[in-house]
Design a protein around this ligand. Structure first.
Ligand SMILES: Cc1cc2nc3c(=O)[nH]c(=O)nc-3n(C[C@H](O)[C@H](O)[C@H](O)COP(=O)(O)OP(=O)(O)OC[C@H]3O[C@@H](n4cnc5c(N)ncnc54)[C@H](O)[C@@H]3O)c2cc1C
Length: 425
């Protein structure tokens, strides 16, 4: 090109790749966005069950609290481009937004495709060159003089073509939902240029349990329960909300959050999941509640009297675990048996044996070690002019729009840094 603009190449046309391209082009660079799928934003399309929870509108302190891995690395990225900046940008691009329960932000239309379309329109307006069905297969680097390390000078595509540039941004995503294109290429490209990859595991993912009872509870949703996930005596996660049983174990919002603190230990370790089925009642209050039920029906069978306390599917499991005959008349239930009922209700436990796979994981935990990336620019500390953005970095958060905000913020910073870097001669 004859003009004096920096040429920036971006691998990956997901949330991070598109945002990096917008930022780089917005800062005056000539940008080429390379995506191996036939269209941009394939994963973005399925986010938030097709509604795309684009970010979370909470104040940034709360946003940080929801980041699980390496929150401190994100200070610069979040202060450069935070949730408010993202919302302002989307509104400017014509996407009207709404804030729902838990500060989750969605497009008013409830269509993720509106987000993708708006970003794509802006990419074209800014003159970003979009190459679809082209795959970055290797990075091209050169050794700098006087032992000052290496610099990236371009990328080699799978078809052998080499594209040259002043900077390269890798935004290839992780390993979760591989059908969307996130198949770990970014980790390979980073590792081939000497970067450490922190072990990857599926996270925000359902968990498998040892007890076969879980299968008999399949389909049962528990609302307003609290759970604790323990490794020996150490509590890894505690939360209140909703979960459900499946044919292999447990899932639902509470379990997905818990998995982010457990994945790394599984399957080497067995973890204990303890469900408090009546978190609003102390043990003593639950005793009293059961006695009240008993006093109103002294000659009736236990299973009929306490049925109001548990969902139908759960009752037989509770009674079997408590070792109290369901047919027993309530006036014959001993104090000890009542205590066992209370114990099982307050500590309904399962042994967690593993996580489900990447096909069911919302994110990948692990990735390019943030120690080798400058948090102020997202540039590699090992290879000059090489930048990282999005899920391929060792960053992840809980559900609620935080993971996309990580992608938007790191990508905006990477794109604007790459475009603004002084041109080397
Ligand atoms: C089912 C589901 C629902 C989710 N819902 C939400 C939600 O509502 N809110 C939220 O905050 N987060 C959500 N997430 C997480 C969020 O989608 C990701 O954190 C985010 O999309 C990561 O963006 P990314 O651009 O880094 O990676 P990706 O979106 O994975 O994009 C990477 C892109 O790189 C391309 N690519 C890979 N290798 C190459 C290569 N060699 N050459 C060229 N291109 C390549 C891929 O094809 C892909 O398009 C959800 C995830 C899933 C799976």
């Amino acid at each position: 090109m004859s003009d004096n603009r920096r040429e920036i190449l971006i691998a990956g046309g997901g949330a991070a790749g598109m945002m990096a391209a917008l930022a780089a082009a917005g800062h005056g660079a000539a940008v080429t966005l390379i995506e191996k799928n036939e269209k941009l934003g394939k994963k973005l399309f399925i986010t938030g069950k097709g509604r795309c929870n684009v970010t979370n509108a909470a104040d940034m302190d709360e946003v940080f609290q929801n980041v699980v891995s390496n929150p401190r690395f994100l200070y610069s990225a979040f202060s450069c481009f935070d949730n408010q900046a993202l919302m302002a940008l989307l509104e400017r691009l014509g996407v009207r937004l709404k804030v729902e329960r838990g500060n989750r932000v969605f497009p008013v239309s409830d269509h993720s495709s509106d987000i993708i379309r708006a970003l794509e329109r802006e990419l074209r307006r800014l003159g970003v060159k979009i190459l679809l069905q082209r795959e970055v297969n290797a990075l091209v680097t050169e050794t700098l003089p006087e032992d000052s390390g290496r610099r990236v000078t371009g990328v080699r595509l799978r078809d052998g073509q080499v594209l040259r540039g002043d900077g390269v941004i890798l935004a290839c995503g992780g390993l979760s939902y591989p059908s969307t294109g996130s198949t770990g290429d970014g980790y390979r490209l980073a590792a081939e240029t000497g970067h450490q990859i922190r072990d990857c595991v599926p996270a925000l993912v359902p968990l498998e349990v040892q007890e076969t009872e879980a299968a008999s509870l399949q389909g049962l949703t528990l609302k307003n329960v609290s759970i604790s996930l323990l490794s020996g005596k150490k509590c890894l996660y505690q939360g209140f909300g909703e979960m459900l049983f499946t044919h292999f174990g447990v899932s639902g919002p509470l379990i997905l959050s818990a998995s982010s603190y457990a994945s790394r230990m599984l399957p080497q370790e067995r973890l204990k999941l303890i469900i408090d089925l009546k978190p609003a009642l102390t043990e003593e209050q639950l005793h009293k509640r059961i006695l009240r039920e008993f006093s109103q029906a002294r000659n009736r069978q236990l299973k009929n009297v306490i049925s109001s306390l548990y969902p139908g599917k759960l009752l037989p499991v509770i009674l079997s675990r408590s070792g109290v005959s369901p047919e027993k008349q309530v006036n014959e239930v001993t104090k000890e048996e009542r205590s066992r009922l209370v114990e099982v209700t307050k500590r309904f436990s399962f042994t967690i044996t593993g996580t489900r796979g990447y096909q069911e994981a919302i994110i990948t935990q692990g990735g390019v070690s943030v120690r080798q990336v400058d948090p102020a620019t997202m540039e590699s500390k090992l290879v000059k002019s090489l930048y990282f953005a999005g899920e391929m970095l060792d960053l992840d958060a809980l559900t609620g729009g935080y993971n996309l905000q990580i992608a938007w913020s790191t990508a905006y910073l990477a794109g604007s840094s790459a475009a603004s870097e002084r041109r080397k001669v």
